[in-house]
Design a protein around this ligand. Structure first.
Ligand SMILES: Cc1ncc(COP(=O)(O)O)c(C=O)c1O
Length: 382
C-alpha cells in the first residue's frame, strides 16, 4: 500500500539536501561554538552565517536572531520574558482565542501570576476585529501576541495593520507574532510590519526538529529563559546545536528559493481538490478565510461525516491527514480554533479535517487523496 503524507502542518519530512549538511556538520563541525580553538571558531563561523540567512529572510539584523529549540520555546520566551521584564510598566496582555497552545498555555500561567489577559475573539473566518483590538489596547498593555497564520484553518492575520494599530495606540506594547506556520511561505518583513518579536520553527519547513529562532528587535532586552552559560549574547543559555542550525539554514535557503513556485503549486492542489469534490457532489465547506490564508493548509468540513472515523479510514488507506488540534493518548480533542469560529455545538467541530501540503506533495498524490476522500465520506455519511 502506498503511504502518502498530508500532515505537513504537524511536521514535515527533512529535505534530502538538509540531511546532507546535517550529516556533514555532525562529522566535521562538532566544535563548541564558545571554544576559542579552531574547532570552536569553525562552529561559530557556521552559526554566524546561518544567523545572517535567518535575519535576511525576515528583514532583520543577525544580532536580532536568538536560536531556540523551536516554536514552543520561542513563544514561551517572548511571552513570559516580556511579562517579567515589563511588569512594572503594566500587567495587561492582549492575544487571541485561536493561538497555538505554545502561546495560550504561557498566557494561563501568567494569568495565575496576576497578569490580566484579554483574549480577542474571531469571526467565522478566523479573523479578529481590528476595531476591537484598538479598543483593547491600554497604557498598561505590555504585549500583544497574535499569530501570523493559523495552524489549523490557515487564516492569515492582518499583520501589517495590527502592527500599525499597536504603534499608533496609547500603549507601548511589544508586538509578538507566532509565525511558525507562515515562515517559509509568506513574505515576512519585521520592520515593515512593526513586529518586535517573531517565533519560527525549523521542522515545519523540512528542516530538523528541535531548532528554531526568536527574532527580538534590537531595541528590546529580554532576559534568558534558560539559565546557564552566556551563549546567544546572554539571551539563551546552552551549547548551540550546530548540525541542527546549519540544517535549518539549508531548509530556509531552499524555502526562499522555491517560495513562489510552491505557493502556486499549493494553490493548484487546493483548486483541484475542491473542483473534484464539487464534481462528485460531495457535501463540504472550507473552514477559514477563503482568500487570506496559508497556501499549504486546507481545512474541510465534510457534512455528516465524523472526522475521527474519516481520519482512521484514511490512515488505513495509507493517507495521513489530521483532525482537531491535538491528539493526546489517541484521543482527538475538539479543536479550540473551530469552536472559537463556529461555536462548540456546531457539527463542524466534529466533522472537519485538515489537509496540508509540502515538499513531496504531487498532483498525482492529490488525485489519490480525493478519490479516497470521495469513497470514504460516502461510506461514512450519516
Ligand atoms: C502555530 C504554531 N506555533 C507553535 C508551534 C510549536 O512549535 P514546535 O513544535 O517547534 O515547538 C506549532 C507546532 O505545531 C505551531 O503550529
Amino acid at each position: 500500500m502506498e503511504r502518502i503524507y498530508f500532515d505537513y502542518a504537524a511536521t514535515s519530512p527533512v529535505h534530502p539536501e538538509v540531511i546532507e549538511v546535517v550529516h556533514d556538520a555532525m562529522i566535521n563541525h562538532f566544535g563548541n561554538a564558545s571554544s576559542i580553538h579552531h574547532l570552536g571558531r569553525d562552529s561559530r563561523r557556521m552559526m554566524d552565517n546561518a544567523k545572517k540567512v535567518f535575519a535576511d529572510s525576515i528583514g532583520a539584523k543577525p544580532n536580532e536572531i536568538v536560536l531556540t529549540s523551536g516554536g514552543t520555546e520561542s513563544d514561551n520566551t517572548a511571552i513570559i520574558e516580556t511579562a517579567f521584564a515589563r511588569e512594572k510598566e503594566g500587567k495587561h496582555i492582549v492575544t487571541t482565542v485561536i493561538e497555538h497552545h505554545a502561546v495560550l498555555k504561557p498566557m494561563d500561567y501568567l494569568e495565575k501570576l496576576g497578569f490580566e489577559i484579554t483574549y480577542l475573539s474571531v469571526d467565522k473566518y478566523g479573523m479578529i476585529d481590528l476595531e476591537v483590538l484598538k479598543e483593547a489596547l491600554r497604557e498598561d498593555t505590555i504585549l500583544v501576541s497574535i499569530m501570523y497564520g493559523n495552524n489549523e484553518v490557515g487564516s492569515l492575520s492582518a499583520i501589517k495593520s495590527i502592527g500599525e494599530i499597536i504603534v499608533e495606540s496609547v500603549s507601548t506594547a511589544y508586538f509578538h507574532t507566532d509565525a511558525v506556520q507562515a515562515y517559509g511561505l509568506e513574505s515576512i518583513d519585521v520592520k515593515k510590519e512593526s513586529i518586535d518579536l517573531l517565533s519560527t520553527s525549523s521542522h515545519k519547513i523540512s528542516g530538523p526538529k528541535g531548532i528554531g529562532f526568536l527574532y527580538i528587535n534590537e531595541a528590546i532586552h529580554l532576559p534568558s529563559f534558560m539559565l546557564g552559560g552566556e551563549q546567544e549574547m546572554k539571551r539563551r543559555a546552552g551549547t548551540e546545536n550546530i548540525p541542527a542550525i546549519v540544517g535549518f539554514q539549508k531548509a530556509v535557503e531552499i524555502a526562499q528559493l522555491t517560495k513562489e513556485s510552491r505557493r502556486n503549486e499549493y494553490d493548484s492542489f487546493s483548486h483541484r481538490l475542491i473542483q473534484r469534490l464539487n464534481d462528485q457532489k460531495v457535501d463540504f465547506e472550507i473552514n477559514g478565510h477563503p482568500d487570506s490564508r496559508l497556501k499549504h493548509i486546507i481545512n474541510i468540513w465534510f457534512k455528516g461525516v465524523s472526522s475521527e472515523k474519516l481520519l482512521l479510514l484514511m490512515d488505513l488507506s495509507g493517507l495521513a491527514i489530521s483532525a482537531g488540534s491535538a491528539c493526546t493518548a489517541g484521543n482527538i480533542d475538539p479543536s479550540h480554533v473551530l469552536i472559537a469560529m463556529y461555536g462548540k455545538e456546531s457539527q463542524r467541530v466534529k466533522e472537519s479535517v485538515r489537509i496540508s501540503f509540502g515538499i513531496d506533495t504531487t498532483m498525482k498524490s492529490i488525485d489519490y487523496l480525493v478519490t479516497e476522500l470521495i469513497k470514504l465520506t460516502n461510506k461514512l455519511k450519516k
